[in-house]
Design a protein around this ligand. Structure first.
Ligand code: NAD
Length: 465
């Protein structure tokens, strides 16, 4: 059994049984059986299931909010009015995407033959999810895989399994064949059992870069397809013409949303030196207004960190940091694992606080002297997931955006996402895209079917025509 702790109180809320390696094999086998039916469904069948699921999720909003908030401590209003409707929109998008999979083109590519390019599902997908957005991450893993015709066995993070278990129950209620979506629970060992199971054809993980490596290593024996959404260390580049009031609000939101436990969080703000002090003041004023508190209160902007161990890890980064701590920098007294918005100026670019993924509400500010330097510093970490540019000069924003080694760049904002747009990174942030038509394509394989025009006839040569 795993005891689930409410991070806002430090008190237990529930317990969930742990799967065994035998449970994993049984789930994979059931997934294989379901796949043999599901792969032959039409796009319309798949879309119908996902649309029904979206409706059931919508009707279950209160219960899903309770489960998610109890386990993560995130503000209830943020989940119920923001993340949950977005996840529902994701499901409805995947329902539509199931009906417009590319690769069905046909043509005469060699004289005398018609070629058809057909997208087929891959098989059983072993998916592994993190604890920061448990419900959305489950939807991002399950939606495109089911839309493309696969079966899924998913392992949520050990601290946050219940909204995924609930999603699987709603999937069954929506009419999914038995075994199409299954949940296994547990930690890294159960994750590895899933990754290495010979009945799993493809593995996907959203998690840290170290976990991505472990999953990729586990997948090599079976030469499985791998889909990796890993860590981030997003820079925000503030040029001398930026609206500092707008920037301070947007970067603060980017740095503190979900208490900074967001792979696309704004974590490093590079500011044109001519406006450095002014920008620091604006950021200080904005970050000071972010209200940590009770997740069930409407006055709360951010909840606690996920666990006491994670709070201590975040605090360790801050206490070891180079530079000046301008705001925050110490855990908030309990109950709960709260950490305040923290602003640090003038850290060394090569130091841990600038290079490492902290996963807390900690923003580090550094000055730059030229556009080239801003780009170089932005690209100078092992990660490449997200970034933002703050400037009213469109030409500069475009020029800089094209030189950032990342999966997404926002201009004059930081964080918004859309179901139609791919989410995923480069470098240490992994590869593979969540959301968008790209995700559905990644859970499918293109095949070539080549049909000879002429009727069968006597052949007189073993050489190709
Ligand atoms: P984590 O890497 O500790 O765990 C993620 C999942 O992997 C969990 O379910 C865990 O049990 C499992 N796991 C851990 N070790 C494993 C192993 N060796 N083999 C198989 N499974 C294993 O990550 P976390 O702490 O749950 O989440 C935070 C991380 O997730 C951060 O690095 C964050 O940036 C990343 N993240 C990335 C994205 C993205 O889209 N790129 C989105 C959200 C979170």
């Amino acid at each position: 059994m795993t005891l689930l702790i409410n991070p806002a109180t430090g008190e237990p809320v529930d317990e969930v049984p742990d799967s065994t390696p035998t449970d994993v094999s049984a789930a994979v086998q059931a997934g294989r059986d379901a796949f043999t039916q599901w792969r032959d469904t039409t796009p319309a069948d798949r879309a119908r299931l996902l649309l029904r699921l979206a409706d059931l999720v919508e009707a279950d909003a209160e219960e899903l909010t309770r489960l998610e908030v109890e386990e993560t401590g995130k503000p209830a209003a943020v989940f119920r009015d923001g993340e949950l409707p977005f996840a529902i929109d994701n499901l409805r998008f995947f329902a539509g995407a199931a009906r417009s999979l590319d690769g069905t083109g046909a043509g005469v590519l060699s004289a005398g033959y018609t070629s058809a390019l057909i997208r087929r599902p891959i098989g059983v997908i072993g998916s592994i999810a993190p604890w920061n957005f448990p419900f959305i991450m489950a939807v991002w893993k399950i939606g495109p895989a089911i839309a493309a015709g696969n079966a899924v066995v998913i392992k949520p993070a050990p601290a946050t399994p219940r909204s995924t278990l609930r999603l699987a129950a709603l999937m069954a209620e929506a009419g999914a064949p038995e075994g199409l979506l299954q949940v296994v629970t547990g930690g890294a060992d159960i994750g590895q059992a899933l990754v290495t199971d010979p009945g799993v054809d493809m593995v996907g993980v959203t998690g840290s870069t170290a976990t991505g490596r472990a999953v990729m290593r586990g997948a090599t024996g079976g030469l499985k397809r791998v889909h990796l959404e890993l860590g981030g260390k997003a820079p925000a580049l503030v040029f001398d013409d930026a609206s500092l009031a707008d920037m301070a609000f947007g970067v603060t939101m980017g740095a503190t949303y979900n208490t900074g436990q967001d792979c696309t969080a704004a974590t490093r703000v590079y500011i044109a030196r001519s406006r450095y002090d002014e920008a620091l003041e604006a950021l200080h004023a904005a970050m000071e207004q972010v209200r940590p508190g009770d997740p069930w209160s409407d006055e709360t902007d951010i909840g606690p960190l996920i666990s006491a161990a994670h709070r201590d890890r975040v605090n360790g980064f801050v206490t070891r940091a180079s530079g000046r701590v301008l705001l925050g920098g110490k855990p908030i007294d309990g109950p709960g694992f709260y950490y305040p918005p923290t602003l640090i100026a003038d850290a060394d670019q090569s130091s841990e606080i600038v290079q490492g993924e902290i996963f807390g509400p900690v923003l580090v500010a550094l000055p730059f002297d030229s556009e080239e330097e801003a780009i170089r510093l932005a690209n100078d970490t092992p990660y490449g997931l997200a970034s933002s540019i703050w400037s009213v000069d469109v030409a500069r924003a475009l020029r800089v955006a094209h030189q950032l080694d990342v999966g997404v760049t926002w201009v004059n904002d930081h964080l918004p996402i859309a179901s139609e747009a791919p989410h995923g990174g480069v470098k240490g942030s992994g590869f593979g895209k969540d959301m968008s038509q790209e995700a559905v394509q990644e859970y499918s394989v293109v095949r070539h079917l080549m049909i000879k025009h002429a009727a069968p006839e006597a052949r007189d040569s073993f050489r190709p025509a």
